[in-house]
Design a binder for this molecule. Structure first.
Ligand SMILES: [Zn+2]
Length: 281
């Protein structure tokens, strides 16, 4: 261990600076979205079976809701531009812009070079949870997705119902891709309903039993035409472990709602990012 320098305490005492102050982020018009939502009617629904995933499509300007049904269950969500799988949800930049967990009024941003809002969260029945005494909160963009490679690395297992594999199978089935092609498009997720944080002493990623109960939901406004893929995590409520069949698991319901014609007057789907992509000399 290196000896601390004489001014170690002073260096540690420097106050943090927010990396990306987000007061200049283009803000969603939440009033317009709420008014449009009040006119919406359901057009589609998909029930995601436990330890499996399903894809769903949401046209730009529609809403989609993920609801806990039957029992406490967390979901791993991937999003793509419906017309271009290379534009996908970018959890790392979403975290940099909004923080480790997201809620109403915050947005899911897409990968470079697009970097635009894909979806805006318009309702969250777990917004009361806040940040608990362990530093835990709900709907994180810090986890990746449970996957069979990490299980194999840590304990030599061959488990096929991790979210990564569920998302891969569902995408392959939906788009008639090979599993290898689909796997390459699967990316880090929004952990819907999952309660997570980092331990203060060791900085390790932790999870704890989700506060979600049947009837709770997280709802989004689709800013662009979306292809969604949702896995009902084999961890169930993630109170103990994932990457095995030991947890109680439940389905998740996805519903799509279309607002009435004219309800979104003044709203436009966001353009791709304005950077000129020349990258200097
Ligand atoms: Zn999972």
């Amino acid at each position: 261990m290196t000896n601390p320098p004489p001014d170690a305490a002073a260096r540690r005492a420097i106050a943090p600076v927010i990396c990306y102050p987000n007061d200049s982020l283009p803000a969603p018009d939440m009033q317009l979205l709420a008014a449009a939502r009040s006119t919406a009617r359901k057009t589609d629904e998909v029930l995601v079976p436990p330890r499996d995933a399903r894809c769903f499509e949401v046209p730009a300007g529609h809403f989609f809701r993920i609801t806990s049904v039957e029992g406490p269950q967390v979901g791993d969500l991937n999003l793509w531009n419906l017309h271009d799988l290379s534009e996908r949800f970018y959890s790392g930049k979403t975290r940099a812009l909004h923080g480790t967990h997201v809620t109403t009024g915050e947005r899911l941003w897409s990968s470079f070079p697009h970097l635009r809002p894909m979806a805006t969260i318009v309702a969250d029945t777990l917004d009361w949870y806040g940040i608990d005494e362990y530093g835990g909160s709900v709907h994180d963009v810090i986890g990746t997705r449970c996957d069979p490679y990490t299980g194999n690395l840590l304990s030599g297992t061959q488990y096929h119902q991790c979210c990564h594999s569920n998302l891969t199978r569902a995408l392959a089935d939906h788009l008639d891709l090979s599993r290898a092609e689909a796997e390459a498009a699967v990316h880090d997720v929004l952990n819907v309903f999952m309660c997570t944080g980092f331990t203060r002493d060791t900085g390790q990623y932790f999870m704890k039993a989700s506060p979600v109960r049947p009837g709770d939901y997280l709802e989004f406004f689709a800013e662009i035409d979306l292809l969604g893929d949702l896995s009902a995590c084999p961890g169930g409520d993630c109170s103990a472990e994932h990457s095995s069949d030991s947890a109680a698991c439940y389905p998740l319901l996805v519903e799509v709602f279309a607002p009435a014609k004219g309800a979104l007057t003044g709203w436009q789907s966001p353009a791709p990012n304005g950077y000129d992509r020349s990258h200097g000399r």
